[in-house]
Design a protein. Structure first.
Length: 183
């Protein structure tokens, strides 16, 4: 059993709007349904396999070499030892102690850095746990999100108002000299 036509005389009684198979055959465009389906299946399998490739950002081997980085240093500078800041400290500087008011806080980078009591520093994610907006203000002992009115405590990041139900994730910090650094 085959699905190929065995008729050899030309089809002269073509319906209006029907494809011209004889013209397609002369141009080399005609093929069996089986060939078309096989090609479509092969294309689908290729796309599926391409999607299963390894994610280079999670790969354990670096094919670009062990010294490759996607965050190069400016020309003429030298690399600092891993885990150090430009000042030679072992931890990353987040803010200066003098920049964070007692009883308040600042938003710097991806963090909200607070000083609930004099000399006590806390840091929280600036991403609101309600809808993912960025908080934009620290005032009166409260961290505020402009999107839906959620508010959080500067002491522990817990929600104090609005629709947020979860606290802001905390990042441990400490004082290193005149700076607040990640612990």
């Amino acid at each position: 059993m085959t699905d190929m036509q065995t008729r050899t005389e030309p089809d002269t009684e073509r319906q209006p709007g029907a494809p011209d198979c004889a013209a397609a055959s002369r141009l080399g465009l005609a093929g069996s349904r089986r060939a078309v389906l096989a090609g479509a299946g092969a294309l689908g399998a290729t796309c599926l396999l391409a999607g299963c490739g390894a994610d280079p950002s999670t790969s354990s081997t670096n094919t670009a070499g062990s010294d490759y980085t996607d965050n190069p240093l400016p020309a003429g500078s030298s690399a600092a030892p891993a885990g150090s800041s430009a000042a030679g400290s072992k931890a990353t500087v987040l803010a200066a102690v003098a920049d964070v008011p007692s009883g308040g806080g600042i938003i710097k980078g991806d963090l909200v850095i607070t000083q609930p009591q004099a000399g006590t520093f806390k840091a929280f994610s600036k991403v609101c746990t309600h809808a993912g907006c960025f908080v934009n203000k620290v005032d009166g002992g409260v961290i505020s999100c402009p999107c839906h009115g959620s508010t959080y405590s500067i002491e522990d990041g817990s929600p104090t108002g609005g629709p947020a139900q979860k606290p802001l994730p905390e990042t441990k910090v400490k004082v290193d000299g005149k700076n607040i650094v990640q612990a």
